[in-house]
Design a binder for this molecule. Structure first.
Ligand code: KIV
Ligand code: ZN
Length: 498
């Protein structure tokens, strides 16, 4: 019989730490329910002591989700553990994830402590967490750079103290696959009582080795993997769930299985990308736009003769269905509702009516409505709470002329108008916004992305604006890319703290 590999999804904790990717509680619930449908075993729902928003999200996710274990992160600090236990009170299956840095740089510079004292703190935290829950996971932060003999002592001590899962994070993404696998094997062979706990991998992608390291850990005996959808996460990200799920599915030879319903992978990837405004790179394994696109003549010829020549995964196995019904201006509410539900979004009638109305407007402008368009429409009410709204925008641009923009803003019910010239239409429009919003703000990053194909496509714009020493992230989507750019700029301003 195949060995079971547990999938611990940390999209809503490690993934959500990415600047600009923060979700509100409603969006987190939507992602959590989709993760449940996908079949993950554990959802790390947040770090409750870090903010009231995280605390509340853990509570609401605990109420909304039935099957997966809900996990809350803490430091090895009693207050954190108290708050996590409180946030988990509605979870049907709950886990506290506590831990401390174990590498010499962490012990010396972060804690100004000693190896012995760190073991004492780790043991105390695990014992304290066990007073609240039966399922306690311990993380040895920066285990990737921790001396193996010392790491084995820490892990042995926390298992004795009651840890049910031990997490061996390669926090900095430093390890080589062989080295990380050897570390897990060393623990398997040298920790007394190791079989009383599940060993978990948690790899970061700083050197592009997160997936390889995770698989190396699994081959050495780890039976839980900590992963995120689309591999999102701080810096270069975490191991991506879809890659591990498909590696395990494709390689029957390793005799390991997960509970993942792989056909839900693509819709989940689209949902997370859309809600977090985080584009997926086109050549991303499994879920990138080009992941199954054969472009060279030799490959196309081979695939046409027999797909097995160049395809190791049937795109349908990950939920990509080229024959899916295409939505157009003639599609009814039922077709839209069905597509939304395939994408993991259920909505009440009034919201569905509003999305359908917006859908018809968009379908008038473009021929085929894609899943990305639908996800955008479903999330369009994100700007409803904005106190600054774009009322109208007119721009002239062309070759050999200076661009002119005039626009109107509604600021908390009051109307303002301005006009400006600029070095191109976006520059002109932003200068006009700045005439109304007189703040010292600097545009730091500006990315325009057409979603898929066709000149009628919706353009997505991501912006980063610096104001008062802080960075703000904004997003806009429109078939008119100048309007999308202004929307993204205004989205940033709406987030200013004062
Ligand atoms: O990367 C890491 O070490 C972590 C821990 C907090 C689990 O995310
Ligand atoms: Zn991490």
């Amino acid at each position: 019989m195949a060995d079971r590999l547990f999938i611990f999804d940390t999209t809503l904790r490690d993934g959500e730490q990415v600047p600009g990717c923060q979700l509100n509680t409603v969006e987190k619930i939507q992602v959590a329910k989709q993760l449940e449908t996908l079949g993950v075993d554990v959802i790390e729902a947040g770090f409750p002591v870090s903010s009231p928003g995280d605390f509340n999200s853990v509570i609401e996710i605990s109420k909304a989700v039935t099957w997966p274990v809900i996990c809350a992160l803490t430091r090895a600090v009693q207050k954190d553990i108290d708050v996590a236990a409180e946030a988990l009170k509605y979870a049907k299956h709950k886990r506290i994830h506590t831990g401390i840095g174990t590498s010499d740089p962490h012990i010396r510079y972060k804690f100004n402590s000693t190896r012995e004292e760190i073991i004492e703190r780790a043991v105390a935290a695990v014992k304290y967490a066990r007073r609240y829950v039966d399922d306690v996971e311990f993380y040895a932060e920066d285990a990737g750079r921790t001396d193996n003999r010392y790491l084995a002592q820490v892990i042995e001590a926390v298992i004795k103290a009651g840890a049910t899962v031990v997490n061996i994070p390669d926090t900095t993404g430093y390890c080589l696959p062989e080295e990380y696998g050897a570390k897990i094997r060393y623990l398997m062979e040298n920790v007394d009582g190791i079989h009383k706990a599940v060993i978990s991998t948690h790899c970061h992608n700083d050197l592009g080795m997160a997936t390889a390291n995770t698989m190396s850990g699994v081959l050495a005996g780890a039976r839980q993997v900590e992963v995120t959808i689309n591999g999102i996460g701080e810096r270069a990200g975490n191991t991506s769930l879809e890659e591990i799920a498909m590696i395990v599915k494709c390689h029957h030879d390793i005799n390991i299985e997960t509970n993942i319903n792989t056909q839900k992978i693509y819709p989940t990837s689209r949902m997370v990308s859309s809600l977090m405004n985080m584009p997926v790179q086109p050549n991303k394994a499994i879920v990138g736009r080009n992941a199954f696109a054969h472009s060279s003549g030799i490959h196309q010829d081979g695939v046409l003769k027999n797909v097995q020549t160049y395809e190791i995964i049937d795109p349908k196995d990950v939920g990509i269905d080229d024959n899916a019904i295409v939505l157009t201006a003639r599609s009814g509410r039922a077709a839209l509702k069905h597509r939304l539900s395939v994408l993991g979004i259920e909505m009440e009638q009034p919201k569905l009516d509003k999305v359908y109305e917006d859908f018809l407007k968009l379908a008038d402008k473009k021929k085929d409505i894609t899943d990305d368009d639908i996800l955008l429409l479903a999330g369009a009410d994100r700007s409803l709470n904005h106190h600054i709204k774009l009322e109208y925008l007119q721009v002239t641009s062309g070759v050999g002329v200076r661009s002119v923009a005039s626009l109107g803003l509604n600021i908390s019910g009051e109307h303002f108008e301005a006009a400006a010239t600029g070095n191109g239409p976006v520059d002109a429009a932003i200068k006009a916004v700045k005439q109304i919003i007189k703040r010292q703000m600097t545009l730091k990053e500006f990315t325009i992305q057409a979603i898929s194909k066709g000149s009628d496509d919706v353009g997505k714009v991501h912006m980063q604006v610096e104001y008062d020493g802080q960075m703000y992230y904004g997003f806009g989507a429109n078939t008119d890319i100048i309007a999308a750019s202004v929307e993204a700029y205004i989205d940033c301003i709406n987030k200013f703290k004062h």
